[in-house]
Design a protein around this ligand. Structure first.
Ligand code: PLP
Length: 399
């Protein structure tokens, strides 16, 4: 993995010896003759035509992610949601049914709601805790099982090998949103799943400067997506974004280990703070899904969620009292990012569904960055200490 993130899909000999991947910032490609143009469009000759159909910088990234996820073909998109929607729309048609993990990225939830309202593509949520539970929720019209693990933001895990085994019996493809783990910590295709998706905006980019998505799976399905819901809906990745991601990917293993080291230190301390009610982080033997984590993830990742003791206003005051940690959605960046899911990332989810996903008004999501963990903890601790303290009531009075 450490070598593949740097070398896979690129040979400098092909590119005038350029050490880093060149940026092909071009919309179209010229044909030497009219006949060559004809052969390219007919698929009789390999070569580039137009950047929505393929671009050399983007191709290198697609080959690299396919190797990292151990899949046949990778495909790049203009955002994580472009990847999610292209895959879901390719796999479904009117009156089909999708079985989803309970707990989904807010916009994926929004997309499924739209697909139901506009195209009568139905969905159900499942905790996917046992084989029987999954079997009981599969319908004759189920065409896709869609899983997020770790689940955003509660960090619950789903046993991917178990889901894949059940799905095989019914020949239903399993799609996994692997954004929270990154290819360094978890490889769903190796566990028998069929498609893996990433919001590359997060750990893969890693530097908070690009919005992008990636998908990897069997060549047959990914070829179909490339020529339909990617090409014709058009959510393609820009060559410069591919270039940034190729740069970010080179340090993925180094960054992920540091994210995990830092998260483990912060988690230990959050657990014992008197103003914290509960903490969710899978790499701990008290986590209900610890056995699943040991089975399918290399480490626990860089995201921790926790509930403070107090009200929604206390949660917001806690965020406002942080000195250098940034209040922002997104995750996986060098900077530690902290947010309030109930009013931010999951505000689109109706309140009752939010409650069943465990997203309370007290819940905070923390994406632990690459700073010194002591500094991260110091800032969190001073803001946690202020909850319900004198200083905190002064903050409230002064408003
Ligand atoms: C961010 C995210 C997405 C969406 O990705 P974008 O790049 O923002 O479109 C999908 N799934 C998960 C789990 C995410 O965190």
């Amino acid at each position: 993995m450490e070598t593949s993130v740097i070398h896979e899909g690129y040979n400098s000999k092909d590119m005038l010896g350029s050490l880093t991947t060149p940026l092909f910032q071009t919309s179209t490609f010229t044909f030497q003759t009219a006949e060559q143009g004809e052969r390219r469009f007919a698929g009789e000759e390999d070569g580039y035509i137009y950047s929505r159909l393929g671009n050399p910088t983007v191709t290198i990234l697609e080959e690299r992610i396919a190797a990292l996820e151990n899949g046949e073909r990778g495909l790049a998109f203009g955002s994580g949601m472009a990847a999610v929607s292209a895959i879901l729309l390719a796999l479904t048609k009117a009156n089909d049914h999708v079985l989803c993990s309970s707990g989904l990225y807010g916009c994926t939830f929004g997309l499924l709601t739209m697909m139901k309202e506009k195209y009568n593509i139905n969905h159900d949520f499942s905790n996917m805790e046992t084989e029987e539970e999954i079997r009981s929720q599969i319908k004759p019209e189920t065409v896709c099982i869609y899983v997020e693990t770790p689940i955003n933001p509660t960090m619950k895990l789903i046993d991917l090998e178990m889901v894949a085994q059940v799905a095989k019996e019914y020949e239903i493809p399993v799609v996994v949103d692997n954004t929270f783990a990154s290819p360094y910590l978890q490889n769903p295709l190796e566990l028998g799943c069929d498609v893996v998706l990433h919001s590359a905006t997060k750990y893969i980019g890693g530097h908070g400067d690009v919005i992008a998505g990636l998908a990897v799976g069997k060549k047959e399905l990914i070829d179909e997506v490339a020529t339909t819901t990617l090409k014709d809906i058009g959510g393609i990745m820009a060559p410069f974004d591919a270039w940034l991601l190729l740069r970010g990917l080179k340090t993925l293993p180094v960054r992920m280990d540091r994210h995990c080291d830092n998260a483990e230190e912060i988690y230990k301390r959050l657990k014992t703070h008197p103003n914290v009610r509960s903490v969710y982080y899978p790499n701990d033997d008290t986590h209900p899904d610890y056995e699943i984590m040991k089975k399918q993830m290399k480490r626990g990742g860089g995201v921790i969620s926790f509930e403070i003791i107090g009200t929604k206003e206390d949660a917001q005051a806690f965020l406002n009292n942080l000195t250098f940690l940034k209040i922002a959605v997104s995750l996986g960046d060098a900077e530690t990012l902290i947010e309030h899911p109930a009013t931010m990332t999951h505000a689109v989810v109706p309140e009752d569904s939010r409650a069943s996903m465990g997203i309370t008004d007290q819940l905070i999501r923390l994406s632990v960055g690459l700073e010194a963990w002591q500094d991260i903890w110091h800032d969190l601790e001073q803001a946690l200490d202020k909850i319900n303290s004198d200083a905190y009531s002064k903050v409230l009075k002064s408003r």
